[in-house]
Design a protein around this ligand. Structure first.
Ligand SMILES: N[C@@H](CC1=CC(=O)C(=O)C=C1)C(=O)O
Length: 375
């Protein structure tokens, strides 16, 4: 059966105009239900969100690059893994809504470019949504039903306790150490009003999309990520000549180098990364500063916790839509029409559960994570 994902803006518009409020209402009901399932249940939001990064599984003591989440970044599996991941949450959303044929809408991230409209649809930022006698909005945030951590031995920078509520730019969600708890409380005290915060978030996402975001390097952290227009980056990625370089940053970087100076290119992963940073914010001393408002460290900004912010799935549904657009443009929609060039960086694993270090990655491989995690 073929299903078509509409954009979230279209779904919201059908609700706002009264043309068809049920698509949005059923989506809200479904998210409420998977978020309410006990965290141990396979279809629970907690279980599925937890595949991406934390809670980390096992450890490889011999591999310093090993990462304990299942998600794939900077490898050719990036688009494929996240495609399978979206299907998994879509399946869970349908399982809890008997008889309703749900799909996951994509947040059309570039729709508002060139207009004064907010880039983030209101349903993602409204703190409440009135439906069925319940005012919670499960797309605004998620409250952790169990604690998460990377490893008990490692610095607990991204560890979060049970009852933690996910946050976005300009707020901070760092509560892993007593020092962070104190700093976060001071930082967040300046950002208490949800409407003002939503305005900050929209302005930040707009600035990243337009390429006007201003991030001032500081003396501890002179590194600022690429701030070139995200809208342009997505569009440029569609010109990537083959799947390998389209799919991820590492392969694209090698391709750009090979173009002997005249090379210019962005992978799908690049624009995607920037939206994570725009929605989450990111500041880590001596690593990098992606914050116009310094100290914003929302969940979307780091790979460990991003999957717990419900906006993640609407963002990735857009990334998947860009992937599909590339496939159509490059005549690569038929089964077997995508090939990987193993001579590129980004085609072997750094090592994470299911894909051991140095393993040649193949596009069939999201299935590893699927089997291992019993998807
Ligand atoms: N770590 C990425 C941003 C990012 C990407 C993700 O895929 C993620 O889940 C969270 C954050 C960067 O520095 O650019």
């Amino acid at each position: 059966m073929v299903r078509t994902r509409l954009s979230l803006q279209e779904v919201v518009n059908k609700y706002d105009t009264g043309e068809d409020p049920t698509i949005l209402e059923n989506l809200i009901r479904a998210f409420r239900k998977i978020q309410a399932l006990p965290s141990s249940k396979p279809d629970s939001f907690f279980t599925i969100a937890g595949y991406h990064g934390e809670p980390f599984v096992s450890q490889d003591p011999d591999n310093p690059d090993w990462w304990g989440g299942y998600c794939q970044h900077e490898t050719v599996l990036f688009p494929m893994w996240h495609r399978a991941y979206l299907l998994r949450i879509e399946e869970a959303l349908r399982n809890v809504m008997a008889g309703v044929d749900l799909f996951l809408p994509y947040w059309d991230e570039c729709l508002a470019v060139g207009s004064d409209d907010n880039p983030v649809p209101w349903i993602l930022t409204a703190p409440t949504f009135d439906l069925d006698g319940d005012t919670s909005n499960p797309l605004h945030s998620y409250t952790l039903q169990a604690s998460i951590a990377n490893s008990p031995t490692e610095q607990a920078r991204y560890a979060k306790h049970e009852g933690y509520v996910t946050v976005r730019y300009p707020r901070s969600g760092l509560v892993g150490t007593p020092g962070d708890i104190e700093k976060t409380a001071i930082h967040n005290a300046a950002f208490e009003d949800p409407d003002t915060n939503a305005a900050y978030l929209n302005a930040n996402v707009k600035a990243w999309l337009d390429g006007t975001v201003q991030i001032l390097p500081d003396k501890d952290t002179p590194n600022v990520p690429d701030t070139y227009s995200v809208d342009a980056r997505y569009k440029i990625s569609l010109d990537a000549p083959n799947y390998t370089v389209f799919s991820n940053k590492a392969s694209m970087a090698q391709w750009v180098k090979e173009q002997s100076g005249s090379g210019h290119g962005y992978a799908l992963e690049d624009g995607h990364n920037a939206i994570h940073l725009a929605v989450g914010g990111f500041y880590e001393k001596n690593k990098y500063n992606a914050d116009p408002i310094r100290g914003a460290n929302g969940d979307m900004g780091d790979n460990e916790t991003a999957g717990f912010d419900p906006i993640f799935y609407f963002h990735h549904a857009f990334v998947d839509y860009v992937f599909w657009t590339w496939q159509k443009k490059h005549d690569a929609t038929a089964k077997g029409s995508i090939a990987i060039d193993p001579t590129y960086d980004g085609t072997t694993s750094q090592g994470n559960p299911g894909v051991s270090q140095g393993h040649q990655t193949r596009h069939e491989q999201p299935a590893y994570a699927i089997q291992e995690a019993q998807w």
